[in-house]
Ligand binder design. Structure first.
Ligand SMILES: Cc1cc2nc3c(=O)[nH]c(=O)nc-3n(C[C@H](O)[C@H](O)[C@H](O)COP(=O)(O)OP(=O)(O)OC[C@H]3O[C@@H](n4cnc5c(N)ncnc54)[C@H](O)[C@@H]3O)c2cc1C
Length: 426
């Protein structure tokens, strides 16, 4: 059987399926872009009143690059590349907290079919947002906070603060770690748990770094990426856009209960306490920081399900599965979700939307749960490092690059496994 696939933005055959996406993060935007590619009629509703360049460093693995690459035949990748770190010359230099260089992990061999991106979340998000809105003409309704979700056998819908309603064949709740859609899907409120860690994070221009002879070399020779690993803590520092911007993240123990806000202003004094007795270079970097946030790492055990009773509301991205940053796969897995959802809907057709949505969950669940665990394994590998063993095998401390994660093509896989998956739900 020949499977019809759309490999670019050419308008595919309309499926007649109306999709509403809640949330314009990377998960929601990808779901909408992929739904458009597969011929569905899609709109996004987002609570932010305007697009703002928020956040700091975010990573996309080659399994995300394969997805970006298909958008507008590579035009989106061309816009993202200059915003992303280029480590071809530098690699990732891994130090013991005391300063000694333990290992240099070489950069990925560039693969034009599956590029990797590490850059400012807001800048990369703007590229994707504008692609959806301007290149593809997907309606993105800003300033629309969804307060309620509903469904029956034939349709699903959302309700806004002003009482207005929108209905569709399917609603995708890509509304992030504090998802409201999740409450409807689960039938109860699932409070996020503290992971036991928080991350101090900062992004700033290199102005003060280049004035200091101890730190200027990080900004004068292209991009750099250095890590310092200590007991139950790690500090990562990058320079980006040819050394123009600086970014650091410090993951540290934090037992505080999760409050309403999970990203709070951080204090330099608290950072200094964590890195006391460390390589003095770490303090030399941190003291240049104009402002920082203390980002509480929220975690959830895998949810029992991502799909509502009637199969018309589905969770996607962080609403279904928040990730720890040490997996460097949170945004990438949200994107893979969007690809798979759009394909399942096209393959099942308008008459079988609930089966399509259940097939999406079935195809994604096991893989996502396994990738989620890598956030813990990588963190523990660093935080509990046996330095004598590392001295004998320095490569054992490097960031894992597992082929089952990075070599995966979500689109090809979904096309291949769909028929078997959907049979279970028809
Ligand atoms: C402001 C912000 C900054 C971030 N910064 C970073 C960062 O620096 N580094 C990093 O690794 N990760 C960051 N993340 C998280 C990262 O983007 C996500 O983990 C990942 O991309 C998965 O994306 P998602 O689309 O599932 O969720 P999110 O990116 O969280 O997107 C969810 C979207 O849903 C919207 N939304 C929520 N509730 C409603 C509602 N009731 N009605 C309508 N819309 C709603 C939110 O405004 C948000 O835009 C950030 C997320 C946000 C929202």
């Amino acid at each position: 059987m020949t499977i019809p696939q759309s490999s670019n933005d050419a308008q595919p055959k309309p499926s007649g399926i109306k999709v509403v996406v809640v949330g314009a993060g990377f998960g929601g935007l990808t779901a909408a872009i992929e739904c458009h590619r597969q011929g569905h009629n899609v709109e996004i509703y987002e609570s932010f009143p305007e697009l703002k360049s928020l956040g700091d460093i975010i990573s996309f693995g080659p399994n995300a690059g394969r997805i970006f690459r298909r958008w507008s035949n590579g035009a989106v990748v061309d816009r993202m590349t200059p915003l992303s770190i280029n480590l071809e010359n530098h690699g990732f230099k891994i130090h013991k907290w005391t300063g000694e260089l333990v290992h240099t992990q070489l950069a990925h061999k560039p693969n034009p079919e599956a590029p990797v991106f590490n850059g400012h979340r807001g800048e990369l998000h703007t590229v994707v947002f504008n692609h959806a809105k301007d290149d593809l003409g997907i309606p993105i309704h800003l300033g629309q906070r969804v307060t309620k979700y509903f469904e029956d056998e034939t349709q699903a819908g959302i309700v806004f603060e002003n009482g207005n309603k929108v209905t569709a064949d399917i609603v995708i709740g890509a509304d992030g770690v504090r998802s409201q859609a999740r409450e409807l899907v689960l039938g109860y409120f699932d409070k996020p748990k503290s992971s036991g860690y928080a991350v101090f994070r900062a992004w700033f221009p290199n102005t003060d770094m280049i004035k200091d002879p101890r730190t200027k070399h990080f900004c004068e020779n292209g991009d750099t990426f250095n890590g310092w690993i200590g007991p139950d803590v790690h500090f990562l520092f990058s320079t980006i856009k040819n050394g123009q911007d600086c970014c650091w993240v410090l993951t540290h123990k934090d037992e505080e209960d999760i409050k309403e806000s999970w990203s709070l202003p951080g204090k330099l004094e608290d950072v200094y306490k964590v890195i006391e007795g460390w390589d003095p270079l770490c303090k030399a970097i941190v003291e240049k920081t104009p402002s920082l946030v203390d980002w509480k790492l929220v975690y959830r055990d895998p949810l029992p399900k991502w799909v509502s009773e009637h199969g018309r509301i589905a969770l996607l991205g962080d609403s279904a599965h928040p990730f720890l940053p040490t997996s460097a796969q949170g945004a990438t897995q949200a994107m893979e979700d969007g690809v798979v959802m759009a394909i399942c809907l096209r393959r099942a057709g308008k008459g079988s939307v609930p089966a399509a949505v259940r097939a999406y969950e079935y195809i994604r669940y096991e893989r996502v749960t396994a990738v989620q665990k890598t956030g813990e394994t990588t963190r523990d590998m660093w935080h509990k490092a046996d330095w004598e063993a590392v001295a004998k095998d320095p490569a054992s401390i490097q960031l894992p690059r597992e082929d089952w994660i990075f070599g995966f093509d979500a689109e090809n896989n979904a096309e291949a496994v769909f028929d078997e998956a959907v049979k279970k739900f028809l």
